[in-house]
Write a protein that binds this ligand. Structure first.
Ligand code: HEC
Length: 138
């Protein structure tokens, strides 16, 4: 059997179409807790972290097209598992282990963010916001 460019192309299109039917867990459950934080902290975290770390994810257009949607869903789901501001209880926001981890991510960044901030540069924290969050964590 020989594969012509044409048949490879048409098979690819069929596979791409079929991929769109894989069901995904692209949902935002209602947030059970709404933690109260100082205004600038809340808005900073919302802007830079909530898409992956809360139930208030704003899914981008690309999150509806496979296979990019698979990547988006898996990143958000592991992000929510690691830290979910929507299920965080009030007393947990000050837990030393968590604040240390958050401080690390805010200060040094982490492997999961660069692509996201590349696609959504406006989500990146400004220096002022970074300082405010760090100050609040201390
Ligand atoms: C593009 C999605 C995305 C964004 C945006 C994002 N994170 Fe994450 N975050 C993840 C994923 C995925 C993980 C789990 C895998 C890992 O640890 O790398 C994670 C893990 C973490 C952890 C746990 C690390 C540990 O050591 O257990 C903390 C804390 C964290 N993120 C804080 C933040 C903060 C604070 C922001 C905003 C400034 C943020 N993240 C923005 C996806 C994201």
């Amino acid at each position: 059997m020989t594969f012509s460019t044409k048949s490879i192309a048409s098979w690819s299109i069929i596979v791409l179409i079929l991929m769109q039917f894989v069901p995904l867990n692209r949902i935002n459950p209602p947030a059970s807790q709404k933690i109260q934080l100082p205004c600038i902290i809340q808005s900073s975290l919302k802007k830079a972290c909530y898409d992956c770390h809360s139930y208030e994810t704003q899914w981008p257009q690309i999150a509806y097209i496979a296979p990019a949607s698979w990547l988006a869903c898996s990143i958000v789901s592991s992000g929510r598992t690691a830290l979910n501001f929507s299920t965080l209880k009030k007393n947990e926001t000050r837990a030393p282990l968590l604040t240390t981890k958050i401080r690390n991510v805010v200060q040094k960044g982490s492997a999961h963010q660069p692509l996201y901030y590349l696609l959504k540069p406006e989500a990146q924290l400004s220096i002022k916001e970074t300082n405010a969050v760090l100050q609040w964590l201390n």
